[in-house]
Design a protein around this ligand. Structure first.
Ligand code: ADP
Length: 236
């Protein structure tokens, strides 16, 4: 459970949520605005702490960790992709991809890194700086950066929110490839049914609870489910 504030103004953003993000799968998290998607992602990723309950990542209960240990666990085992690509403008694409490894003092696994870079389709653009890349290319660099350390799980927060549909499709295709071909685990918050349809399963949140799970989603089945949730929200 996650509550913001206290007393009469307290907001219960997550309410009795029990959920497992399956390893080696691509999971999308959807729900109306304010349903708790960001809160769930932040708590699962160790960016925020639950009010009560537990989060386990790779056999470790996050609530048992001190802040410093939590930071190290995030660094070593969790990858992040945000809506804004968050690349450093003074570094080229390759330097951005390896930056987290460099900061942690870790040597990249060359074969892994080469495979990830090959999958971005940007091998000939590695010396370009972010300003010389399109939005879709920048986000693929950001995904490669998240994958570079072979994290146990990658959390993606609206990764296609700033992209047109074609660039979005390239990024989503890359995320799906990371799961299907590279065996990664991805959890993605999105409000876009097309983006969600790239996932193996979709979790639907409403009012801080998981209200449904859909396997093998299509844009249409996701859209229909979202409409019914929005209808409930609006009291229809
Ligand atoms: P979503 O990502 O689905 O839009 P959020 O997780 O951002 O939903 O929010 C869930 C609920 O928690 C909402 O009612 C929101 O207003 C509230 N909330 C989120 N963050 C905070 C915060 N830092 N302080 C107070 N309330 C918050």
């Amino acid at each position: 459970m996650k509550t913001y504030g206290s007393g009469e103004t307290a907001v219960r953003a997550l309410d009795e949520v029990t959920v497992g993000i399956p390893a080696g799968k691509f999971t999308a998290i959807m729900g109306p605005s304010g349903s708790g998607k960001s809160t769930l992602m932040h708590c699962l990723a160790g960016l925020d702490r639950l009010t009560s309950g537990q989060v386990w990542v790779d056999g470790v209960e996050l609530g048992s960790l001190a802040d410093k240990q939590l930071t190290m666990l995030r660094r070593d085992r969790i990858g992040f992709v945000f809506q804004s690509f968050n690349l450093l403008s003074t570094l080229n694409a390759l330097e951005n991809i390896t930056l987290p490894l460099d900061l942690a003092g870790n040597k990249p696994d060359r074969a892994w890194l080469d495979a990830v870079i090959e999958a971005t389709g940007l091998a000939d653009r590695l010396r370009h700086r972010p300003a010389e890349l399109s939005g879709g290319q920048q986000q693929r660099v950001a995904v490669a950066r998240a994958l570079a350390s072979r994290p146990r799980i990658v959390f993606a927060d609206e990764p296609t929110g700033n992209l047109d549909s074609r660039a979005g499709a390239e990024v989503l295709g890359f995320l799906r490839r990371a799961v299907r071909e590279f065996g990664r685990t991805i959890a993605m918050v999105t409000h876009d049914p097309v983006a969600a349809s790239y996932a193996d399963q979709v979790l639907f949140l409403a009012d801080g609870r998981i209200v449904d799970r859909m396997i093998a989603p299509t844009p249409q089945t996701v859209l229909d489910r979202m409409k019914s949730l929005d209808g409930v929200e609006a009291g229809n």
